[in-house]
Every structure is written in C-alpha cells, then in structure tokens.
Design a protein around this ligand. Structure first.
Ligand SMILES: *[C@@H]1O[C@H](CO)[C@@H](O)[C@H](O)[C@H]1NC(C)=O
Ligand SMILES: *[C@@H]1O[C@H](CO)[C@@H](O)[C@H](O)[C@H]1NC(C)=O
Length: 430
C-alpha cells in the first residue's frame, strides 16, 4: 500500500524521471524539532490554552509478578499505551514522499505527566526511548512498566480467594480543564486483549479488567482519573496440598487413634505428637497471612477449631487413662486376694500334673530342678494372663466409666468433625 502511494506520488508530483528521495530527518527539520526545541517540550501543545488535551489510554496486563497478602502488595507488569494530539505538529505527507509517521526520542516532545496513585516504588524496567508522531499531530507512546502498588486484600476466604486491585492513572498536576483521560478500549476489549498478551500468571489466574472514570476534587480543583480494576483468582492447589490436606490427615490420624488398644500411655504420646505436628503447620500459616484483617480468615478458624478438637481429644485420653489406672489399682488389690486364694487351690493340680511327675521321676539332680523352675514360671505367667483376661472381662467401676466416656466422646468427636468440615467447606466455596 505504502509502495503504491509512493509510486503515485512520484508520478503525480514529478513528471520527470528523477526520483524524489525523502528521509525522516527532512520531516524533523521541517517541523523545526532540531536545535532549540523548547517550544515543543515545555508547554502543553495547544494553541488555545483553554482547550484541554485529551489523552487516550490503554493498560494491558502483561504478567502478574506477585500478589503478596502479607504486605498487601500487588505487582503487575503492564503495558501502557497513550495517545494525544500535539497541535504544533503537522505536515503534508505528499511533500515528504508519503511519510505519514516518524519516530523521535521521547524527550523531544511534551508528554502528559500521568502517574499511578497506588504506586509505591519507582519503576526500573527498561524504557522504550522512542515515540511515534503522525502527520496530523497524533503522538503515541508506549511503556512497559512494573507497577509495585498497594492493594487492600481480603484474605477471608484464603486460599480460595479472589482479589480486586486498582490502578488509578491520571495527571499529577493538570486538572480536568487541562488534561482529560479517556479509555481507548472498553472493559471487555481490554480484558480480551490482556488475555491475549499475558505471559505469566503464576499462582494467580487473571479473570477480568474493568475500567471506569472517576473525578477527584481538592479545594475547587478537579482531577480526572481512570481506574483499572484487575480481578485475579488464586489457584489454591499449592495451599491445599501443602496445608489443608496435611491438617485433615492429622485429624484423621487423631480419629484413628481411638482404636489404639492402650495399656502404657502410647495413645497419649501419639496424640501429643500429632498436636505438635499441627503447631508446626500453624507456623507456616503465620508466614502467609497478614496480621491485620478485619474478618478472621476461614483458614484460621479451620486451624484453631481443628487444634481445639485435637486438644479436647487429648484431654479426654488423659482422663480415660487416669480412670483406667485407677481401675487397675483397684483390680490389683482384688487380684492379690484372688491370687492367694488361687494359690491354695493350685496345690492339688500341681500334685496331679502328670508331666511334672514324669519330669520329676525321670530326671534327677540339677537339670530336673531347673526344668521344674521353668515350669513353675510358665504357670505363673499363665495365671497372670488369665487374671488379666478376667479383669478385662469384668472391668471395675472406673474401667466401665472410662469405656463409656471413650465411646461417647468418640461419637461426639466424629459428629463435630464432620459437621465442622461440612460447614467450613460450604463457607469456603460460596
Ligand atoms: C520553522 O522555523 C522557520 C524559521 O524559524 C519558520 O519559517 C517555519 O515556519 C518553521 N516551521 C514550522 C513548521 O513551524
Ligand atoms: C469528571 O468531570 C468532567 C468535567 O467536569 C465531566 O465531564 C465528567 O463526566 C466527570 N466524570 C465523572 C465520572 O464524574
């Protein structure tokens, strides 16, 4: 197209065969941009000062570098496209071999002093040094910048949360009667563009970009700002596998520990270990969430309630163990009586034991004595096992109490855990 126009130009303007050659420098010289170009740089490029300069803007999301809840920082990498009209610049492309636009260094012309309100750090990303100037005076400039901005985040539903962060852009010193800002594309187009150009999103998923215009007033002056709202959704998988599931597993382990047949306080040790493991996980949570939040995050509720439930089950185990110890002492006393009774009874059976007799009669001397001793020991073990079984079957007053407490607590525990998990899951997903 350009070539065609170029050829036509040569034919129409210059009937002769000599080809006209133009360079961009010719345009620059025609515009008087060389030498002292203070007239282009220093003031807003309007011939009538009452006319505002209209700046058309587009901000596209190129990458989501970070979204940090702890410091409430939102760091997008954006592409800012600006367009405005410079009334001091114009040329006839026909005079310059059809050159319709040139690129010149940014510092040669006036630029709108657009700034981002939320920005907390100066941008250090490399800058494109040129901007485009069209023959009708339209100047367009593009910048890629890393915006380190503040954003108030709501972590109530962490890690199933959606955050909305604003970037408000407008002139720092010029009021609405000097500089006006307009969005170049509407919300849905900007969203679609951003989806096309976005490079990395990391842990977050970009949902949409909405644009609205807002006026700020101080005293009697009015500033116009465009507010770009980025909606991003967290991909929760990492936190689910790192955090929520392990706690759930520990809860299941704690439930399973009810089936440990406890004799020597192993169950107690097991539960204490689980509780310690959970407290380590709580330390990780402390690293992620901001200390200040108007609403308690659901994940904190999840941890605290789980922790409290396990604590309760630990206390219950301590109580049950206490009762069982007490019961054991009681039965031990009765056992001793029973043992003395049994011991007198056992005299007869021992006499009538055929094996003992055989051993006694066939083997004489030391070996026989040793064997006899072993036999007696074995019988004693047998006795104690019998006694233990008797104790377990009959159970003392405290033993019964302990078993009852254990059973009712287990039912209560299972009900509470399932109810709590259902409720918190509903709260998380809605
Ligand atoms: C450039 O400067 C010359 C001399 O100062 C002037 O004649 C000419 O009109 C200027 N050109 C433009 C485009 O302002
Ligand atoms: C801001 O002020 C300008 C100029 O008075 C007006 O045209 C525009 O509608 C205002 N914008 C809003 C969002 O109120």
């Amino acid at each position: 197209m350009m070539h065609l126009a170029f050829l036509l130009l040569i034919i129409c303007t210059d009937g002769s065969s000599s080809q006209k050659v133009c360079s961009n420098q010719d345009v620059v010289e025609h515009l008087n941009l060389t030498g002292d170009n203070s007239v282009f740089r220093m003031t807003r490029p309007v011939l009538d000062h009452k006319r505002p300069t209209a700046v058309q803007l587009d901000i596209l999301l190129l990458a989501l570098l970070a979204v940090i809840e702890k410091t409430q920082t939102f760091v997008p990498f954006v592409w800012v496209i600006m367009k405005w009209h410079n009334e001091r610049i114009s040329w006839d492309p026909a005079q310059f071999c059809g050159i319709t636009h040139i690129s010149i260094p940014k510092e040669m012309l006036w630029k709108p002093d657009l700034c981002i309100l939320e920005m907390t750090q100066e941008d250090e990303s490399p800058q494109n040094p040129y901007m485009f100037v069209s023959h009708d005076g339209t100047v367009s400039s593009e910048e890629e910048m890393k915006v380190v901005s503040t954003c108030e985040m709501d972590v109530h539903k962490f890690p199933f949360d959606t955050q909305r962060c604003n970037i408000s852009i407008g002139s720092a010193v010029h009021c609405v009667d000097e500089i006006r800002v307009f969005p170049f594309s509407n919300s849905s187009r900007a969203t679609q563009f951003s989806r096309e150009v976005i490079m990395t999103q990391g842990e977050w998923e970009f949902l949409q970009l909405t644009i609205r215009s807002q006026n700020f007033t101080t005293d009697d002056r009015l500033w116009e700002f465009l507010i770009y709202t980025f909606t991003v959704k967290r991909r929760p998988l990492l936190h689910v596998t790192n955090f929520l599931l392990p706690i759930l597993f520990f809860l299941v382990l704690d439930l399973a520990s009810f089936f440990i047949q406890d004799r020597r306080g192993e169950k107690l040790g097991f539960k204490v270990t689980i509780l310690l493991a959970i407290s380590v996980l709580l330390l990780i949570l402390n690293d992620i969430l901001p200390s200040m939040s108007n609403r308690t995050p659901l994940i904190a509720t999840y941890c605290i309630v789980t922790f409290a439930l396990m604590l309760l089950s630990l206390l219950e185990t301590i109580l049950v163990t206490y009762f069982m110890e007490k019961d054991k002492q009681n039965t031990f006393i009765t056992d001793e009586k029973r043992q003395t009774c049994k011991a007198s009874d056992e005299e007869k059976p021992r006499e009538s034991l055929p094996m003992g007799h055989q051993v006694h009669s066939s083997v004489q001397g030391r070996e026989g004595d040793a064997l006899l001793l072993i036999l007696e020991q074995l019988k004693e073990v047998q006795n104690s096992v019998d006694l233990h079984l008797v104790w377990r079957q009959e159970g003392g007053k405290f033993g019964l109490l302990a078993a009852r407490i254990d059973r009712s607590f287990f039912i209560f525990y299972i009900t509470t855990v399932s109810l709590f998990l259902t409720l918190i899951f509903i709260a998380w997903t809605t």
